[in-house]
Write a protein of this length. Structure first.
Length: 204
């Protein structure tokens, strides 16, 4: 049986990418991280991939006439490698049907809130501004909208009275580092079923 192949899309420091790569390397995820896709060639996540020996496609969106143009190049690479799952881990761009349609149900994202609350940027800041007592982390399928796809898994994070955006986000990120590898493991093991917008997990 061929290995379950994963591509990760990221734009920043890549701490979630690192956790995924380590989990795959250590056998905690029955899969191989085959490719990093990054829209910022100078991002730290590119250094992480290189140090881990993972191939990288780093590109500058301004070099392409449209979003669809560079996504077509990404899609070609994914198909060439036989990628089974795309994980968006801090990829800071909305994606178009060029990627969503061929990979729907095989394309996930991690977001630092309990969706549908606080989609988009600065989720921890949004949570503090709203005065909520609990926020958290969500892993969801991508449907092309702004954090609107079917929810796979969530973990809660308490909001403390003296939290700043940085302290709250640090605790959220710690939960991301647990939830994302665990969810990817379940998907790789074939235990996650998507029917319409309902996700069922068979964790046995």
């Amino acid at each position: 049986m061929s290995a379950f192949k994963i591509a990760v899309m990221a734009s920043g420091s890549g701490s979630n990418f690192q956790k995924l790569a380590e989990a795959a390397r250590d056998g905690r995820i029955p899969a191989a991280i085959e490719l990093l896709v990054c829209d910022k060639p100078s991002a730290k996540v590119v250094e992480r991939a290189e140090s881990l020996g993972i191939d990288t496609f780093a590109f500058n969106p301004k070099d392409y006439p449209s979003r669809e143009a560079y996504e077509q190049e990404i899609l070609n690479k994914l198909l060439e490698l036989g990628i089974d799952l795309i994980v968006m881990a801090g990829y800071m761009r909305l994606i178009t049907p060029v990627l969503v349609e061929p990979y729907y149900g095989k394309l996930i994202n991690i977001h630092p809130s309990l969706l549908p609350s606080f989609p988009g940027l600065h989720a921890a800041r949004q949570a503090l501004a709203a005065g909520v007592k609990v926020t958290g982390v969500t892993v969801h399928y991508v449907d092309g909208g702004m954090d609107t796809g079917p929810i796979i898994a969530q973990r809660a994070v308490e909001v403390l009275g003296d939290d700043t955006e940085d302290t709250l986000y640090a605790r959220i990120q710690a939960e991301e580092h647990v939830l994302l590898p665990d969810t990817v493991r379940l998907i790789a093991e074939g235990k996650v079923l998507l029917e319409d917008r309902k996700v069922t997990i068979h964790n046995s």
